[in-house]
Design a protein around this ligand. Structure first.
Ligand code: HXC
Length: 256
């Protein structure tokens, strides 16, 4: 489909790429933009030919936040009745892995969108932050929760209460991003291509299991993992993967 605020493409076998494309507003995440993003993510999630996704912005901005001009005159009753931002969390319902390739600003909702992805790679130019406090609000796209889980209480408090920006190097040293890369989009596409070469069913099961780690106790999480692990013995790809090892050849995945 033709989008106004994003681009969707298939740059390599098994890989879907979504590029936020609202350059005049530094990819500010307006409601129409987010609807397009959710639509594109859902389409890729349904497409059996796509097994890993990359989400990126421009050199200058991954996304400079929720659209402040769209929000500024809203009343409590408006945002309450419209369930404002509720549809943002649809990103976390996508079953295929999403790799965020972040260059430039990832502020406020932009930082939160990156944190909803499964892997974040950052260009050395990336500037992260939760500056909402400077607007008289707090993060509303999961920032207080996901940043705290990612970096711990003291740092999350400092970042959310001061609203200060932080660098790609800081984010990497805290484990918020997995690495800093000069060619962040190429690198993200390479990681996506690598993941797309695995069994899609195993990849989706693995994503689900890692995410459970952030939701539950260790005992429950390990029990969940074992159940899913057992379940994978009902797949063609478990048979193929182990047969290929024994026969010293490469597996050919059925993705089922
Ligand atoms: C609406 C925005 C925007 C935003 C930038 N623009 N960020 N519009 N919402 N979040 C617009 C500017 O108004 C301007 O439009 C154009 O993009 C270029 O931005 P400039 O400010 O001129 O660029 P620059 O001087 O390079 O500064 C870049 C910047 C600054 C430091 C990123 O734009 C900035 O501080 N933006 C806001 C960052 C922020 O506070 N984000 C959190 C938003 S709150 P014109 O028309 O003037 O050219 C949020 C809530 C989250 O995200 C809770 C829900 C998830």
């Amino acid at each position: 489909p033709q989008y106004n605020y994003i681009l969707a493409s298939r740059p390599a076998d098994g890989v879907g790429l979504i590029t936020l494309n609202r350059p005049k507003a530094l990819n500010a995440l307006s409601s129409p933009l987010f609807e397009e993003l959710n639509h594109a993510l859902a389409q890729f999630d349904e497409d059996d030919g796509v097994r890993a996704l990359v989400l990126t912005g421009s050199e200058k901005a991954f996304a400079a936040g929720a659209d402040i001009k769209e929000m500024k005159d809203k009343e409590y009753s408006d945002v309450f009745k419209a369930k404002f931002l509720e549809n943002w969390s649809l990103v976390t319902q996508i079953r295929k892995p999403i790799i965020a390739a972040v260059s430039g600003y990832a502020l406020g909702g932009g930082c939160e969108l990156a944190m909803m992805c499964d892997i974040i790679l950052a260009s050395p130019t990336a500037v992260f932050g939760q500056p909402e406090i400077n607007l008289g609000i707090i993060p509303g796209g999961g920032g207080t929760q996901r940043l705290t889980r990612a970096v711990g209480k003291s740092l999350a408090m400092e970042l959310v209460l001061t609203g200060r920006n932080f660098t790609a190097a800081e984010a990497a040293s805290w484990g918020l991003v997995s690495r800093v890369s000069e060619n962040v989009l190429d690198d993200a596409l390479a990681v996506a291509g690598n993941i797309a070469s695995k069994s899609a069913i195993a990849v989706q099961a693995a994503k689900e299991a890692v995410n459970i780690a952030l939701e539950t106790s260790l005992t429950e999480g390990v029990r969940y993992e074992r159940r899913v692990f057992h379940g994978l013995f009902a797949t063609k790809d478990q048979k193929e993967g182990m047969a290929a090892f024994a026969e010293k050849r490469k597996p050919t995945w059925a993705h089922s």
